[in-house]
Design a binder for this molecule. Structure first.
Ligand code: KMH
Ligand code: ZN
Length: 270
């Protein structure tokens, strides 16, 4: 099996300090969290930016500052979110690519998101993919539901994606495909090749999805954005604890952890 890659979605755009006091929610806290997750063993930081007041933002100047500091202090692969927060404009969600991250998330369809809708119409997806290709930013193709895999085939046909493709399958959120092993496995069978994939789940679904990925040659995404608990009723005291939980599972299943160089070679060959 490939050495395991660990992505941390450590900030998100929906949570507040009321949900968990351990959320890194200011520019400095996010930069410090980057150091902590790298020390814990993570390779990729799926990054949302927050301002001084903890509000999610796509402000370019601030994002550049945070990204520059994280680059100075760590070797993490920086994956900026193009999802932003639920009401961000398409324009801003494309413009954030100007921070020149190594990777960026690219969600392959629209999906209900609790009582909201996370909108990703096809022309927007195509534009994001084209911009990433032009800027040599590696997309992480986000799959919330099985139909989104077909959008990947569409982008490949239009030569908007460059192989090998990297997917993150995130299941079990409100209004998304349920986080069952059957659903995850069905999606994996349908993915275009050559590809790598990671799995993640929302809330209590995080651990079973991660465990399945570790056992079956996938990679993992953990982090507070998706799940704030270490176990039932116990908040994770930061993202590093969630990374440590992954390491314990990886050791249990005898899965070798990638070095940072292997991670860069696997994901950022462009
Ligand atoms: N905050 C959500 C609306 C992503 O980062 O690409 C979208 C999201 C996905 O978090
Ligand atoms: Zn995100």
């Amino acid at each position: 099996m490939h050495p395991l890659l660990i992505t941390v979605a450590g900030v998100g755009a929906e949570l507040t300090k009321k949900d968990t006091p351990y959320l890194p929610s200011t520019p400095n806290a996010i930069i410090e969290e980057a150091l902590r997750i790298e020390q814990a063993g993570a390779h990729i930081f799926h990054l949302h930016i927050r301002d001084q007041k903890g509000k999610p933002t796509l402000d370019l100047k601030l994002a550049k500052k945070v990204v520059t500091e994280i680059r100075k202090k760590t070797d993490l692969i920086i994956q900026i979110s193009t999802g932003g927060s639920i009401n961000d404009s398409y324009k801003k969600r494309i413009k954030i690519l100007d921070v020149k991250p190594d990777m960026a998330s690219l969600t392959l369809g629209s999906v209900n998101f609790g009582t909201d809708v996370f909108l990703n119409p096809l022309p927007f997806i195509e534009k994001l993919a084209a911009t990433m290709k032009k800027k040599r930013i590696v997309p992480e193709l986000e799959i919330f539901d099985v139909g989104m895999v077909d959008t990947a085939y569409h982008l490949i046909k239009k030569e908007l994606l460059k192989p090998p493709y990297h997917f993150n399958i995130i299941l079990g959120g409100p209004g998304w495909l349920a986080a069952s092993v059957q659903n995850l496995d069905y999606i994996i069978q349908k993915l275009p090749q050559p590809c790598t994939w990671s799995a993640s789940g929302v809330g209590k679904n995080q651990l079973p999805m991660i465990e399945y990925a570790i056992k079956n040659g996938g990679h993992v995404r953990t982090g507070l954005e998706d799940n704030i608990y270490l176990k039932k009723g116990v908040l994770a005291k930061g993202n590093a604890e969630l990374v440590e939980q992954v390491l314990v599972l990886a050791q249990h299943y005898k899965r070798h952890i990638a070095t940072q160089i292997e991670a860069k070679y696997t994901l950022c060959q462009a």
